[in-house]
Structure formats: structure tokens, C-alpha cells
Design a protein around this ligand. Structure first.
Ligand SMILES: O=P(O)(O)OC[C@H]1O[C@](O)(COP(=O)(O)O)[C@@H](O)[C@@H]1O
Ligand SMILES: [Mg+2]
Ligand SMILES: [Mg+2]
Length: 359
């Protein structure tokens, strides 16, 4: 079917004309990443027919049960991107250490980090999952990337995005010049531009959080959620809706489509972990998109993109979306940060925060 919409490749060529600083290698790397997403999309679509559902009895570096599709998607990302001559190395949520580009391939000037399959717990129940990616400059172009090379703050990203595998497959991308969405047309095998320069409303009446963690929340988070739940009879004086898909990509896509705020804050469930989501593969690329769309992304205390990673698989508290809501949550964190640390780390503190904030 003929179409007048730009393909991803045409769009990137046009972006390079508009922004001459955009490098040709970066465009072709993004096209390779998109190719990986198409292949993953195809495997997900066939589901049980090709035996790709279910676990594979392996626990990954994150301490989580790997799904067959986690491994498959990881493999597709590596194979599709290793030979293009654009990369000095890759780092994946599913691999303990960075992936070295095999010596038979030329090495390039970029680093690719990715969560090959996000929202794994949703695969078997046929709910949307996705892939998330981030592109950084290699400190030494052409050389084999060292693990520390990946430890760059999110502000250094040159591109970031995700593919959502839902009722349709959509690639959402930023190269630092706005946020654009491309829908996969399976009849021609191309991502076609369907939304340009996506903007996020500054306010919202919809929040997303896993409330089963409530007893582990810090007081600032409990206060924020309690106020939303109190609706028109509480201090916010408006009713809020709530959503939780348990797939970061799906939550992000909803927020980029109709607004909202997302919280997976640091909590006391496992004090050894600084959060649930991973800084390099999840928080940074999503924060890049959200900021480019006019929203905010924060740990509760600071801008996510300013965090200097200390470890490849570092986790982080992640709050993003409508600017006014994120600013409010940051304010609550600042107001509650002077409290009694011992009391605040108590698992029931969140509940007591409920009563305190209601007064
Ligand atoms: O199961 P929970 O605690 O609600 O966590 C859901 C979160 O975990 C994730 O699934 C983590 O991603 P992975 O599936 O890549 O491990 C996010 O997509 C989602 O926001
Ligand atoms: Mg993930
Ligand atoms: Mg994953």
C-alpha cells in the first residue's frame, strides 16, 4: 500500500539536513537497532506457535528468572548490531559484563546499552512488552570499549528510545531534537512516522505505582499517593486515576500519549538495592525521552540524567512524567528528608505517613 509517511530512514536523513551535527553513523546505528526491534516484534507475535514463551530456568545477573524471550531478544540485539562498524561495545541488562565486538568486525565510535525485553513478567499473559536502548559516544572510538566507558551520566546520551510490542509495534526515538514515534507497517516491514514532536502535558490526574510495595515506601511517596487517593476531598481537590501495567515501556508510552506520572521509587523492601529499575538500560533512555517531550525525570532528590553511574547494573529510584507532579514529589522528598532516618527506614513508616499527611 503506497504511503506518504516518512520511513525511519527518510526521517533520519531529513533530521540530518535540519541538524548538520547529526552523524551518518548514528543514523545507520539507529536503523540497525530498529531492525533488531522488528525481529523481536516478529518473534513475539508468533508467541506459543514458535515455542518462545516461558522461562528457561536461568537466573540472570539481576537475580531475576530469565524468560526465553529475554535471551532471544538479547541475542537478536547483539547479532544485529555487532557487524555494522558503528559500535565500540554493547552492554545489556541480561549480560554480566559488556559485550566485546568480535574482532572480525570493525569497531566504531558509539556504545549501545539496552534492555532487550522490558516487562518480562507480561510476556506469557500477552500484555505489552518492549525493548529500551541508549546510545553514548565511546571515549576511544575504534577501540574495544572498557566497562568504565559505559559509566557516563545520561546527559551524554546521543540517542535513546524504545520499541513497544503491543497491538501495534511502535518505535519511539529521540536524538536530542524532540521525540518522534514510528509505527511498524508489517505489510512493508518499515517503521513509518506516525507522531512528530510529542509533548507531555505539565499537569495530570493519572499516576502509576505498584501499591503492593506501600509498606516499604518513604514518607514523601506515601504522602504523594495518599493525597492523590484522597481526590476531591483531599488537599489536591481533584480525583486521580491509577494504572500499573508492570511494563516500563507500556507506562512510558501511555504517559507520552495521554500524560501522567510514574513512580518506582527507592524503598526499603531490599535495602541493598537503590531502586528497582536500572539506570543505564531503563531510567536514562526513558528520562532522555521524557525531558525531550517537556516532562521531568527524577530520583526524588535529583535529575536522573545528572546521576553519574558507579556500576553497569546500577539501580535507581525513578519518578517521571508531568513536570508539575514530579516537582511536587521532589518537594515532598526535600520536606521529608530531615526526618528521623531510623524511623523513616521502618517498613511501617509509609502507613504512619498516611495519617500524618492527612492532617
Ligand atoms: O513487578 P513490579 O515490581 O511491579 O516491577 C515492574 C517493573 O519491572 C520491570 O518489568 C523491569 O524490567 P525487566 O522486565 O526488564 O526486568 C519494568 O518494566 C516494570 O516497571
Ligand atoms: Mg526492564
Ligand atoms: Mg529486561
Amino acid at each position: 500500500m503506497p504511503t506518504e509517511r516518512s520511513t525511519l530512514t527518510q526521517f533520519l536523513a531529513e533530521e540530518r539536513r535540519r541538524h548538520p551535527g547529526l552523524c551518518a553513523d548514528l543514523s545507520s546505528l539507529i536503523v540497525d537497532v530498529a531492525l533488531a526491534c522488528k525481529a523481536i516484534s516478529h518473534r513475539i507475535t508468533t508467541g506459543a506457535l514458535t515455542g518462545v514463551l516461558g522461562g528457561n530456568d536461568v537466573v540472570n545477573v539481576q537475580g531475576e528468572q530469565q524468560q526465553k524471550l529475554d535471551v532471544l531478544a538479547n541475542d537478536i540485539f547483539l547479532r544485529t548490531n555487532e557487524g555494522g562498524g558503528k559500535l565500540a561495545g554493547m552492554a545489556s541488562e541480561e549480560l554480566d559484563t559488556p559485550y566485546a565486538i568480535p574482532s572480525r568486525h570493525p569497531r566504531g565510535q558509539y556504545l549501545l546499552t539496552f534492555d532487550p525485553l522490558d516487562g518480562s513478567s507480561n510476556i506469557d499473559v500477552n500484555v505489552s512488552v518492549g525493548s529500551i536502548f541508549s546510545i553514548l559516544r565511546a571515549p576511544v572510538p575504534g577501540a574495544h570499549a572498557q566497562p568504565d566507558d559505559f559509566l557516563q551520566p545520561g546527559t551524554e546520551q546521543v540517542a535513546g528510545g524504545y520499541a513497544i510490542y503491543g497491538p501495534s509495534t511502535v518505535l519511539v526515538l529521540t536524538v536530542g531534537t524532540g521525540v518522534h514515534a514510528f509505527t511498524l507497517d508489517p505489510s512493508v516491514g518499515e517503521f513509518l512516522l506516525t507522531r512528530q514532536d510529542i509533548k507531555l502535558p505539565a499537569s495530570t490526574a493519572e499516576f502509576a505505582i505498584n501499591t503492593s510495595n506501600r509498606r516499604f515506601w518513604q514518607p514523601a511517596v506515601a504522602r504523594y499517593v495518599d493525597e492523590c487517593l484522597a481526590g476531591t476531598s483531599g488537599p489536591r481537590q481533584k480525583d486521580f486515576n491509577m494504572r500499573w501495567v508492570a511494563s516500563l515501556v507500556a507506562e512510558t508510552h501511555r504517559i507520552l500519549t495521554r500524560g501522567g506520572v510514574f513512580l518506582y521509587p527507592r524503598d526499603s523492601k531490599d535495602p541493598a538495592k537503590e531502586g528497582r529499575l536500572r539506570l543505564l538500560y531503563e531510567a536514562n533512555p526513558i528520562a532522555f525521552l521524557i525531558e525531550q517531550a517537556g516532562g521531568k525525570a527524577s530520583t526524588g532528590h535529583e535529575r536522573v540524567l545528572d546521576v553519574r553511574p558507579a556500576q553497569l547494573h546500577q539501580r535507581i529510584g525513578f519518578i517521571f512524567g508531568a513536570r508539575e507532579e514530579v516537582e511536587r514529589i521532589e518537594r515532598y522528598h526535600a520536606e521529608h528528608s530531615g526526618g528521623d532516618a531510623e524511623e523513616q527506614s521502618h517498613p511501617l513508616y509509609g502507613f504512619r505517613g498516611l495519617y500524618r499527611s492527612a492532617s
